[in-house]
Design a protein around this ligand. Structure first.
Ligand code: NAD
Ligand code: MG
Length: 364
């Protein structure tokens, strides 16, 4: 029996273009992804949570090749330079040549580290993303940003290195905890909020189906978010301009994540609250109306995402953290704000007092 045809998105980057396949049974559909391998060496990177669930499906497709697996412990803390060195040692152990391929089977942590290791080995070999979280499917697996954390900060070391293919097998979402699933939905909503109002309206109409993980709705949501992101990446691969819009909600969100010591909020949850704060600031600056903020708040609430700053946060501390953002210039803040749903903009020269006023109101 042939597996059903997946939904396909093409990321158009000239000679480095690649397909994203979205659908069921794709890990087991090895004929499809194996055609992307150039050589005989494969390193499958995964982690100790995902490998017991899904490595076997991938392994069945690697018959006859020289391959091994490299497993990280679970968690953001393991997206480290030390583990890149271990991954490279695993490639050396395989005797991997320049036509070798790294397969990243897991969430964004595995994908970022495996992609960066592939970028480093012999100055760059192929890698294939097999994302198993919704966040990795709709965000981190596409676009070519790879890297690891340093003790000094998140994602401080990295490279642009595009995958050869992205295999988004939605069967893997069956084991994903609800909270992680919803955090991925935040990055879907973000794409619509930035630049695709019709998609936002579609999300409003399908919020219930998405919260219930209805298969058709999930595939459509992933595909629409990725079509939007793929367009942005194709126009601005290395973030000289437009790609920065993808950071809507992220300056507020990162401050919330950091202030909560990365234990209070997942990244997607921080982005959800952060987008709402960005909408309120846009309103305060006279850029957008209250109706758009209300629509965003309602959509976050119906998909089960946080739409308020959790108790215990300090506005002054959050502002101080936001001032550390790489986008800023001296004295003022540079933020992604919007003129309404689907119309995000990069705005420089935002006064700290305006940001503080929004934070105080949200936390009061
Ligand atoms: P993650 O990789 O930590 O995965 C979240 C949790 O889900 C982990 O505990 C993981 O083991 C588990 N898991 C994964 N797949 C599962 C499955 N199918 N069933 C059950 N459990 C499963 O986190 P994430 O949210 O996927 O990714 C976050 C990372 O992605 C961060 O490091 C972030 O910096 C990075 N990121 C990168 C980009 C990019 O463009 N490169 C974009 C966004 C985020
Ligand atoms: Mg993000």
């Amino acid at each position: 029996m042939n597996p059903p045809s997946p939904t396909t998105i093409d990321v158009a980057l000239g000679a480095r273009s690649y397909p994203v396949w979205i659908g069921r049974g794709l890990l087991g559909d090895s004929a499809r992804w194996r055609a992307m391998l150039r050589g005989r060496h494969v390193l499958v990177a995964s982690n100790t949570t995902v490998a017991p669930l899904y490595l076997e499906r991938v392994a069945r497709g690697l018959d006859g090749l020289q391959w091994s697996s490299f497993l990280l412990d679970d968690g953001e803390a393991h997206k480290s330079f030390a583990n890149v060195e271990r991954a490279l040692a695993a490639l050396a152990g395989l005797g991997a040549t320049r036509d070798a391929c790294v397969i990243a089977l897991g969430g964004g942590v595995v994908g970022d580290l495996a992609g960066f290791s592939a970028a480093c080995w012999m100055r760059g070999i192929d890698f294939i993303q097999m994302p198993t979280t919704l966040l990795a499917m709709v965000d981190s697996s596409v676009g070519g940003k790879t890297g690891v954390n340093l003790p000094a900060g998140k994602n401080l070391v990295g490279a642009f290195h595009q995958p050869r293919a992205v295999v988004a097998d939605i069967d893997t979402l069956a084991t994903l905890p609800d909270r992680e699933y919803r955090a991925g939905l935040a990055e879907v909503i973000k794409g619509a909020a930035i630049g695709d109002e019709p998609f936002f309206a579609w999300l409003e109409a399908h919020a219930g189906a998405l919260a219930a993980r209805d298969e058709t709705a999930v595939v459509e949501a992933i595909a629409r978010k990725l079509r939007y992101k793929a367009g942005v990446v194709a126009r601005d691969e290395t973030e000289q301009g437009e790609r920065a819009l993808l950071n809507l909600g992220h300056t507020f969100g990162h401050a919330l994540e950091t202030a909560g010591r990365y234990t209070t909020l997942l990244h997607g949850e921080g982005v959800a609250v952060g987008m709402l704060l960005a909408a309120r600031l846009s309103e305060r600056l006279g850029m957008a109306g209250a109706a758009d903020t209300a629509r965003l708040q309602r959509l976050l609430e119906t998909t089960g995402l946080p739409a308020a700053v959790p108790a215990g946060f300090d506005p002054e501390q959050l502002l101080a953290l936001m001032r550390l953002d790489k986008k800023n210039t001296a004295g003022t803040l540079r933020l992604i704000l919007w003129r309404g749903i689907g119309r995000a903009e990069i705005v420089g020269g935002v006064a700290g007092e305006e940001v503080l006023a929004v934070l105080r109101e949200a936390i009061a």
